[in-house]
Design a protein around this ligand. Structure first.
Ligand code: 8X3
Length: 248
């Protein structure tokens, strides 16, 4: 019997890479995101990927996706993002609200909708993509740091509350990952500012590196729970301590 994995935010970056890798592992992958044209491209490239439109901020959209599934063995809550880098005292509450809605409530809506199916599978895996921003604060992190701390707490609470059910709760917390969109979204489309984040860093993590960590965790035997995996590039010893080589 083929297992089904649902990946949110699968239209680019970590979600896209995770969908590809899970399909390569033999899962029937439901690639979910708002941008269906991109999902269709992914499905055309990778056998075993089924595109389904999803907006995790809409309960109706989440319910429609859940209703379209016969089973669900793995849920990867990847949809999320950072909007703005203003100091807290200059932040726009609307940005914070949006970050909370996508990162935290999006995970809540999806988790509520699919946990019954994860339990039914007999060995469900619930993955929450958090961030090292969920472990430590940094200047300008603002609403993203707050949202990722909330998501981390949600993973811890879920693990306690589901302890007697056949569901593993896995938190993956990446540090510096260079994807095509994360920093660009955070800097509201300012390409130069986005590029400066990675300036002089020899090898930031890639989306594929993170997908590797997710897929490894998900494919462990049923008794083996990865509570939290923190991954960073070697150049990032800690959130604020990043080795950069000056431009020649
Ligand atoms: C992204 C990592 O360091 O920008 O989740 O918060 S960081």
């Amino acid at each position: 019997m083929t297992k089904t994995a649902v990946v949110t935010g699968a239209s680019s970056g970590i979600g896209w890479a995770t969908a590809r890798r899970l399909a390569a592992e033999g899962y029937d992958v439901v690639a979910a995101a708002r941008r269906v044209d991109r999902l269709e491209k992914l499905a055309a490239e990778v056998a075993g990927v089924r595109p389904i439109p999803l907006d995790v901020t809409s309960q109706e959209s989440v319910d429609a996706l859940a209703g379209a599934l016969d089973r669900c063995d793995v849920l990867v809550n990847n949809a999320g993002g950072a909007f703005g880098l203003e100091p807290v005292i200059e932040a726009d509450p609307a940005d914070w609200q949006r970050m909370y809605d996508v990162n935290v409530l999006g995970t809540l809506r999806m988790t509520k909708a699919l946990t019954p199916k994860l339990v039914e599978s007999g060995d469900g895996v619930l993955v929450l993509l958090t961030s090292t921003a969920g472990l430590v604060a940094y200047e300008g992190g603002g609403g993203y740091v707050a949202a990722k701390h909330a998501q981390k707490s949600m993973a811890e609470t879920l693990r306690l509350e589901l302890y007697d059910r056949p569901v593993r709760v896995v938190e993956i917390a990446p540090g510096m990952v260079r994807t095509e969109e994360f920093a660009l979204t955070r800097f509201r489309g300012d390409r130069e500012a986005a590029d400066r984040v990675y300036q002089g860093v020899a090898h930031p993590l890639t989306a594929d590196d993170v997908a590797d960590a997710i897929v490894w965790s998900v494919t462990r035997p049923a008794h083996f729970n990865v509570d939290r995996m923190v991954i960073r590039p070697r150049a990032q010893a800690a959130q604020h301590k990043v080795h950069r080589t000056p431009a020649p």
